[in-house]
Design a binder for this molecule. Structure first.
Ligand code: NAD
Length: 411
């Protein structure tokens, strides 16, 4: 694992990162990194990834996704991400989380507001907020602390809303020929995001034919019984322990015939080795529930074959939208309503513009997000005239921006 700061600095560009903070605690052995990518719009928002394999470069790439995600969702946050390098189930996770919180406290919450990500839960957020000594230190806290925990399934809910709407729109435009009522879905990763995506899609009537986690994959072309599996997993813990199913290797998920593939695990799982498998399996649509699950090479391969890829920062913003409602002191219902509203608005906008311009959802969404961040950066510099001129040149795009920029409150 590379720990060199130069790896991250070599990726620095006109957007960031503004700060890269490496921390190490010789008492506990905790090693971590905080990347604050861009704070032009507001404090950097992003979860803490706690895995043995997380690298500073990965944390930087995730922080950048947060910059675009918050801008696209019209939230008053910038982009950031935390990383703790260790297995939370093998180390003293409370001691490590406290140690990480203490080390990065000078930046919290004015420049960084934390949340959960892979390997962290609402309980870690409780520890983090207590150690910083400020409830605004993070979101995704337990409800006892006034939080709206991600464990309610906010991100998965948004992913399900995005999947359903995308399929309906692409079908209406004739971009793919698939009756949404007949669509089959495969989901890679069955943690917080994957399991709730499955739950909400199941409730919408979709047929989930395969799911996987780090231990294995289960498959049934007739559709899996998702509520039953979720109940079983509460006691069994992982897919390889589900005795009623034949367990396949986790990579089988790429070979299963399905119309929609939803990566909800870790970074770069759709790559030049696995993309050809998805093409062969007849995938028509990829919905990026995970952050940065598709390498750019793989995305190119998929697009060349007419497969639509709807990017992470459009579809998985449910968690951060819910976080914003928590930050404002709102309720769970307000969180779910706002997620539905914002994701519906953005998916409509991005798919329509991609369709009309022969472009991709990623390019369109990035253009909108970049324009918003650029404007905030110019205003931060006090360059109001330059900002006006910049926006005059971007007039057509700016027209699309106006409604969403105002929609930072509950509709
Ligand atoms: P999690 O730790 O709850 O679950 C991760 C799941 O992925 C587990 O089931 C794990 O076994 C599985 N997994 C890991 N590597 C795998 C592999 N190689 N093959 C198959 N399965 C694998 O994490 P999460 O919170 O659900 O996050 C999943 C993804 O969603 C991450 O990319 C995260 O950044 C992104 N995300 C999470 C949130 C959130 O609210 N938690 C919000 C936005 C985006």
């Amino acid at each position: 694992m590379s720990l060199s700061v130069y790896d991250v600095w070599s990726l620095a560009d006109e957007w960031g990162p503004e700060k890269v903070v490496f921390v190490y605690d010789p008492d506990t052995g905790m090693r971590g990194v905080l990347v604050i990518d861009n704070t032009a719009i507001g404090p950097g928002k992003g979860g803490i990834r706690f895995t043995p394999t997380v690298t500073p470069v990965e944390v930087f790439r995730l922080a950048r996704v947060m910059t675009w995600k918050c801008a696209l969702a019209g939230l008053p946050f910038g982009g950031a991400k935390g990383g703790i390098m260790g297995d939370p189930n093998k180390v003293d996770r409370v001691a490590w989380m406290k140690s990480f919180a203490k080390a990065i406290k000078p930046y919290v919450p004015l420049q960084y507001v934390a949340a959960t990500d892979m390997g962290t839960t609402e309980l870690d957020m409780a520890v983090f907020a207590h150690e910083v000594g400020d409830v605004r230190a993070c979101t995704g806290k337990p409800s006892e602390m006034g939080g709206i925990p991600h464990e309610l399934g906010t991100t998965g809910y948004g992913v399900a809303v995005a999947t359903d709407l995308t399929l309906k729109m692409l079908n209406k435009f004739g971009s793919i020929s698939l009756d949404p009522r007949e669509a089959t879905v495969a989901i890679q990763g069955f943690g917080n995001v994957g399991s709730f995506t499955a739950k909400f899609l199941d409730e919408l009537g979709y047929k989930i034919v395969a799911i996987s986690d780090i231990t294995g994959c289960i498959y049934n072309p007739e559709g899996l019984d998702i509520p039953h599996i979720m109940r079983d997993l509460q006691t069994e813990g992982s897919i390889d322990r589900l005795s009623r199913y034949e367990i396949y290797h986790k990579e089988k998920i790429f070979d299963v015939k399905s119309d929609v593939f939803i990566p909800a695990a870790t970074s770069d799982t759709i790559n030049s080795e696995t993309a050809p498998k998805l093409i062969k399996a007849g995938t028509k649509l990829v919905i990026e529930a995970a952050n940065i699950p598709t390498t750019s090479e793989a995305e190119k391969m998929l697009i060349e074959k007419g497969i639509w890829v709807v990017p992470d920062f459009v579809v998985n913003s449910g968690g951060v939208i819910g976080s914003f409602v928590e930050y404002k002191g709102g309720t769970e219902k307000e969180a779910f309503d706002l997620i539905n509203y914002k994701i519906t608005t953005n998916v409509k906008l991005v798919i329509t513009l991609a369709q009309q311009n022969g472009s991709t959802p990623r390019k369109i969404a990035q253009e909108i997000a970049k324009t918003r961040v650029k404007r905030a950066m110019l205003l931060r510099r006090g360059a109001i005239d330059v900002a006006r001129e910049y926006f005059a040149r971007q007039k057509s795009l700016y027209e699309f921006m106006v409604p969403d920029l105002r929609n930072t409150t509950h509709p």
